[in-house]
Design a protein around this ligand. Structure first.
Ligand code: FAD
Length: 486
């Protein structure tokens, strides 16, 4: 008689992959017949201070974990603390034979995970790691001389598009057999992810999103039905419906880039929307490019990629101007609309991110770190690679950055991309009654028009923080300092 062996147990460690479908680690553990202990660790001990999760991240994470637990029939084990200690302890406690996870690419996580992996292996625990959040691994995309790409177009066209195509998405496991998950975790409330104060802020913010894997799939479907067609041009207009708003879902891994890539490819091809399809795919390529930069330049969050910018005379102190920028009180309506959209919804349209970013680093001559920090704290899609790489791009110091002297004119940008002021009126309601032709620069409107619109500059709406052309001249003067260094 053959003796039946008891099924083995595997911990599947969820990280930035909060989903069941197209989850390579979960898929492999189920396929290999393990009983699964699904685990999430809130590790605030290993990240450096300025890489701990921001406020908006925490709010989203709370809701995301709730829905993951629901999808896992309440088997999700939550632990809080140092993952380097928690994982081996849990392995012992559960008699686990294996640990599976999908890789992350932040430098601190790479260091931590390497250590965990090698300790587990030393103790004869089987460890498997997978790519669950990028289309191409950053170490696979190299130029002909074997170095990493520093410019987007060759990275994407020569590196990515000529490499093997991304992995096709995996289905949800048909069945998950769970190990004993009773009484080995803490409660979601113990994570204390929601702020005690400012209840209205986080409740209002999250009410505008449908978090979790099902919310992500619904967002993707809505975008494919009503957004992808016309994406190439429409994506520039902040009040239009052409962007996917998938970024927070990608950030938490509630959807994988592979799922978005193949769904857009299939739909765009079937409908004959090739231009829009290709443009959307190339934006996913920008996300890959950011990870490529972070992986090969791990100090991306702190150090200017172009060293000559180390001498740039940026202001790096907190002051009233900075606080007015954060709170959407600069007096430039498109900037204020963007900053208020950010605070109210945890998201900002890409075109407007570029405008407010340029305004901070060039009009206000404030260090890009200050913008990066505020975005990190308030964005629900705050991404360690894309946020930092984009701020370096805006500031002019990134690898493939916009030249420093490309200074966005917030009035012209507003007229061009929010022609009728619809976006401004949504987020700066006090300007609702200002006619279209004056809404982009209300200080230039005749007094009678402002009175009719109920606006008193300096009282009901701020005076502009500075004159744009003066600011431009000052920025160019400051640039001379490093031009001499170059
Ligand atoms: P879509 O236009 O629908 O694009 C689809 C996906 O492609 C996005 O979800 C995103 O994953 C990726 N993508 C699009 N544009 C970019 C880009 N320029 N760089 C990298 N990936 C891109 N994106 C983040 O995901 N997290 C951030 O923290 C972040 N910070 C930024 C800060 C600044 C100053 C700027 C200028 C841009 C930043 N971006 C960031 C990039 C971009 O603004 C957002 O990815 C985009 O607005 C997300 O909206 P969406 O999902 O509707 O985009």
């Amino acid at each position: 008689m053959t003796q039946k062996t008891a099924p083995k147990t595997a911990i599947v460690w969820f990280r930035r992959d909060i989903r069941l479908s197209d989850n390579p680690a979960l898929h492999a553990a189920c396929k290999d017949g393990y009983n699964i202990i699904p685990l999430y660790i809130l590790d605030d001990e290993n990240p450096p201070k300025d890489e701990k999760l921001g406020g908006a991240h925490r709010v989203w994470l709370h809701h995301s974990l709730k829905s993951l637990d629901n999808d896992l029939s309440n088997h999700l084990v939550l632990q809080k603390g140092d993952a380097k200690k928690i994982i081996p302890d849990l392995v012992k406690k559960t008699n686990a034979d294996a640990v599976f996870w999908n890789r992350c690419y932040e430098p601190w996580r790479i260091d931590r995970d390497k250590e965990i992996k090698s300790n587990l292996k030393d103790n004869d625990i089987h460890v498997e790691t997978f790519n669950g959040s990028l289309l191409w691994e950053p170490w696979h995309i190299k130029n002909q001389s074997g170095a990493f790409y520093k410019v987007f177009t060759p990275f994407y066209r020569k590196g990515c598009l000529q490499a093997d195509p991304p992995r096709e998405p995996l289905d949800k496991p048909t069945k998950i057999s769970f190990g004993n998950t009773k009484d080995i975790g803490v409660s979601l409330d113990d994570f204390a992810l929601l702020p005690d104060k400012e209840g209205e802020w986080h409740e209002h913010l999250i009410s505008q999103w449908d978090t979790g894997e099902s919310g992500a799939q619904k967002r993707l479907k809505d975008f494919l039905d009503d957004g992808l067609n016309g994406y190439k041009d429409g994506r520039n207009h902040p009040s239009w419906n052409n962007v996917s708003r998938l970024s927070p879902y990608l950030n938490f891994g509630e959807i994988s880039p592979n799922q978005a890539w193949y769904a857009a490819q299939e739909r765009g091809t079937a409908e004959g929307w090739e231009k829009d399809r290709d443009h959307f795919l190339s934006e996913l390529g920008w996300r890959e490019f950011s990870y490529n930069l972070l992986y090969h330049f791990p100090k991306l969050k702190w150090d200017n990629m172009q060293e000559k910018f180390n001498d740039f005379p940026w202001n790096d102190q907190d002051n009233d101007q900075l606080e007015n920028w954060r709170r959407g009180r600069t007096g430039y309506p498109i900037v204020d609309a963007g900053m208020r959209q950010l605070y109210e919804t945890g998201y900002m349209h890409n075109r407007v991110r570029m405008i407010v970013g340029s305004f901070l680093v060039k009009n206000m001559l404030t260090h890009w770190h200050k913008g990066e920090e505020w975005f990190w704290d308030t964005l629900v899609d705050g991404d360690p690679a894309s946020n930092t790489a984009s701020w370096q791009w805006i500031a002019g110091c990134g690898a493939d950055a916009a030249p420093y002297f490309r200074i966005f004119n917030p009035i012209l940008q507003s007229k061009k991309f929010d022609e009728k002021g619809e976006y401004i009126r949504r987020f700066v309601p006090e300007l609702k009654e200002v006619p279209d032709e004056h809404i982009h620069a209300p200080w230039e409107a005749p007094q009678g028009i402002l009175e009719m619109a109920g606006i008193t500059l300096g009282d009901t709406y701020p005076q502009p923080m500075m004159d744009h052309s003066d600011a431009r001249d000052k920025a160019m003067e400051a640039y001379q300092v490093i031009k001499k260094v170059a």
